[in-house]
Design a binder for this molecule. Structure first.
Ligand code: ADP
Ligand code: MG
Length: 353
């Protein structure tokens, strides 16, 4: 597998790790860190299917566009449902990184995180999208594996370790030993679902219609999974469904915790399911090392405490949990010789190696 020519070229190469998330796309450059962190949105012209804006700029257009422009999240459910749009998004981000560098690097080598359990066809789609978006070499890694490396877990050791990555569209649970994933579980309940819960709650209890972004703001500010030392309140604006008029109400963190109960419980059950299937030796390791939380959803207040209560193990939020996958993916190229075995195989028809 080790190719001296590639190693030599590596010295002059731009190596990047990409987290193609359902909510956010992040790009980390080897030896440099995160250079791009933008929402996974693309605005397209419905008539021509031409992408008009990508990332933050596309998200700004949501709800403000004329009829022929739509802003979409091509990875919303954790799979590539819109291949061409995903490709356009990748191309935009890869070009942006390339343009940012002062040295005229050749096209980059790219490691991309993909959700675990995606099909061969979906893997192929990501791989092809990255190649045609301008990557010189493309490697795939399962997102939980990248998250674990980014969180600093000892995945290459024989000891077991565990990560729970809570993103926008999916929550992924994985238990590792000896450089591989031993058990994994994925559920389509994560940050987006929590936002939906909050919208349903204000509608059901107050007849107040709020937008997705307002719901997300409420979740981040006063959402929780465990009683807070000091409960919080937040003024929230929306439209009253009975009167049709704008209205402002105060919501408490106690109410929002109630709204989030069922989603949080599904995440807890998914984790318990995975633990149920874990061999006892590994459970013993986990009791020593604990469980790392990654992804944006990991930052829900009190979630680590709540999980610790539920599974009777130490649970902590990984440092900079939103960037674990991208940093982990970039690490692979830094340490290619010891880490390349964690990459996902693909029946590639391309020429390299
Ligand atoms: P993905 O990998 O699917 O793109 P991310 O890991 O980027 O997802 O996480 C995005 C999700 O994390 C969003 O649903 C966002 O609302 C949520 N999130 C970010 N910060 C917080 C926070 N402080 N509290 C609760 N949820 C958060
Ligand atoms: Mg993610």
């Amino acid at each position: 597998m080790f190719n001296p020519l590639n190693a030599f070229l590596g010295l002059f190469s731009l190596d990047i790790g990409i987290d193609l998330g359902t909510a956010n796309t992040l790009v980390a450059v080897r030896n440099k860190g995160i250079v791009i962190n933008e929402p996974s949105w693309v605005a397209i012209n419905k008539r021509t299917r031409e992408p008009l804006a990508v990332g933050a700029e596309a998200r700004e257009m949501v709800g403000r566009t004329p009829a022929h422009i739509v802003a979409i999240r091509p990875l919303r459910d954790g799979v590539i449902s819109e291949f061409e749009i995903t490709e356009a998004m990748l191309r935009y981000f890869i070009d942006k990184v390339h343009d940012q560098s002062i040295i005229p690097f050749p096209r980059p080598r790219v490691v991309i995180g993909i959700p675990s359990g995606v099909t061969e066809v979906e893997k192929r789609a990501v791989y092809d999208a990255a190649l045609s978006a301008g990557a010189r070499e493309v490697y795939l890694i399962e997102e939980p594996m990248a998250a674990a490396i980014g969180a600093g877990l000892p995945i290459a050791e024989s000891r077991g370790s565990m990560v729970v990555d809570i993103g926008g569209g999916t929550t992924e649970v994985a238990i590792f030993a000896m450089g591989g994933i031993v058990i994994s579980r994925s559920v389509r309940v994560a940050g987006d679902e929590m936002d939906d819960d909050i919208m349903a709650y204000t509608r059901g209890k107050y007849n107040l219609l709020i937008g997705e972004r307002m719901a997300e703001r409420i979740k981040k500010r006063i959402g929780s999974a465990h009683p807070l030392e000091e409960e919080l309140t937040l003024s929230v604006r929306g439209r009253n469904l009975i009167t049709g008029l704008p209205q402002e109400i105060d919501l408490s963190s106690i109410e929002i915790r109630e709204a989030l109960t069922s989603s949080v419980n599904i995440i807890i059950d998914t984790i318990k399911d995975a633990l149920d299937e874990t061999p006892p030796e590994l459970i013993a390791d986990l009791m020593e090392i604990g469980v790392a939380l990654a992804g944006g959803g990991a930052q829900l207040q009190g979630l680590a405490n709540r999980l610790a209560d539920e599974i009777k193990m130490h649970v902590w939020v990984a440092e900079d949990s939103l960037t674990c996958v991208a940093r982990g993916a970039a690490r692979i190229l830094e340490d290619y010789q010891s880490l390349h075995s964690v990459l996902v195989g693909l029946h590639r028809g391309s020429t390299h190696h």
